[in-house]
Design a protein around this ligand. Structure first.
Ligand code: TYD
Length: 143
């Protein structure tokens, strides 16, 4: 896999496993990259469906495929990286602004997403050209 954009990273989650199976706890102050304010999950995705196609101005998310598999495409406006998500013990931390697309959902895929803020329409960037402008401005601010 090509290197992830600077504001994205894979996060290995601590598994409490024993002979009964596995348990993962996601709790504030135990290594998560941001304070969780919202949780949602995507499941029962129709065959050959892609979702996402947006970025956020501020939101941070941690996407964990807790069952099945899918692909998360993350794009920082310069490079586009396909990240396979197929393990319940690994999350993809997605910062902002990152354009994301989700594809290749298996029938049994359950994609759990932790988010750093409540749902807010104003935080969405749904036009790719606008996203490119925002990303270029943000990167300019950093240099
Ligand atoms: P949508 O943004 O289309 O999802 P995706 O990013 O996977 O393509 O969201 C689908 C619907 O769910 C839309 O009507 C907005 C609503 N929604 C909420 O109410 N709260 C949320 O936290 C999210 C992510 C979506």
């Amino acid at each position: 896999m090509t290197a992830l954009p600077a504001s994205c990273s894979l996060v290995d989650l601590t598994v409490h496993g024993d002979t009964r199976g596995s348990l993962i706890a996601l709790e504030q102050g135990t290594g998560l990259p941001f304070a969780i304010q919202r949780v949602y999950y995507i499941y029962g995705t129709a065959r050959n469906t892609a979702r996402g196609f947006h970025a956020h101005h501020q939101l941070q998310q941690l996407a964990i495929c807790v069952a099945g598999s899918c692909t998360m495409i993350v794009d920082d406006g310069v490079q586009r990286v396909e990240v396979p998500l197929d393990r319940p013990d690994r999350g993809l931390h997605i910062g902002s602004p990152i354009w994301r697309e989700m594809t290749d959902f298996s029938d049994d895929c359950v994609l759990l997403v932790l988010a750093s803020a409540p749902y807010e329409d104003a935080d969405y960037i749904r036009d790719y050209d606008e996203f490119r402008r925002v990303a270029a401005e943000r990167n300019g601010d950093l240099s």
